[in-house]
Design a binder for this molecule. Sequence first.
Ligand SMILES: Nc1ncnc2c1ncn2[C@@H]1O[C@H](COP(=O)(O)OP(=O)(O)O)[C@@H](O)[C@H]1O
Ligand SMILES: [Mg+2]
Length: 244
Amino acid sequence: MSQASASSIPATSPDHHPDILACHQLEHHITGSGHTLSILKGIDLQLKPGESLAISGASGSGKTTLLGLLAGLDIATGGDIQMFGQALAKLDEEGRAALRRQRVGFVFQSFQLLPTLTALDNVLLPLQLTGVSEAKQKSIAALHSVGLAERLNHYPSQLSGGEQQRVALARAFAGEPALLFADEPTGNLDHASGRHIADLLFDMNARCDTALLLVTHDLNMAERCQRHLRLRDGRLHHPVQQAD
Ligand SMILES: Nc1ncnc2c1ncn2[C@@H]1O[C@H](COP(=O)(O)OP(=O)(O)O)[C@@H](O)[C@H]1O
Ligand SMILES: [Mg+2]
């Protein structure tokens, strides 16, 4: 049973730190076979350093689309996005990729580990690609911090889903990102593993002072973020007690 909230509202936060991420009147429409699908219809949000913001919504509400646009993985059909004070629209694909490599981490529902690399090498490779110093020590330390010290040389196929997601968390945090995007990070896990991953995610978010943008249909996880907004009909709303 759904309840409509009063209106679309901007996700602004009260203090005056510079935004890590902001968007204004973000729209996304996809045209195909003669009709247009409007997925996002004017999204405003701001995320400050170290802050956690959850965007929840039903399956198909546009959460993954929104995350992909905010991360500069796709181009919106309208509106502005600023990441670290830079307008994504003014950067080409390589410029956006360079921005992400330096300061952005990702955690996905499907872990997205490279199957031919060990846990250690999955964490190490992105650090080496960005030329981080002491990459191997940092990778080992990150895997220790997620409780996988005994699994450094295991391949993804030799790890449980929860363990694979812990490797993905270590990979995301090893580079000490200022901004982490997480898309349904517990969506493929059983309740206990999901709970463990959520605990680790919020612990690392707090410890590393990483800003977190979490998209999820899991209201329990969304409620653990400092702010929680709900995506419905292409707009952000304050959440109501009952799920859509
Ligand atoms: N490239 C695309 N082409 C056509 N439709 C798309 C495309 N990407 C997403 N959609 C549609 O947009 C809607 C939102 O999708 P998505 O962002 O994946 O939602 P969510 O992550 O909330 O489940 C869905 O109806 C989906 O089918
Ligand atoms: Mg999705």
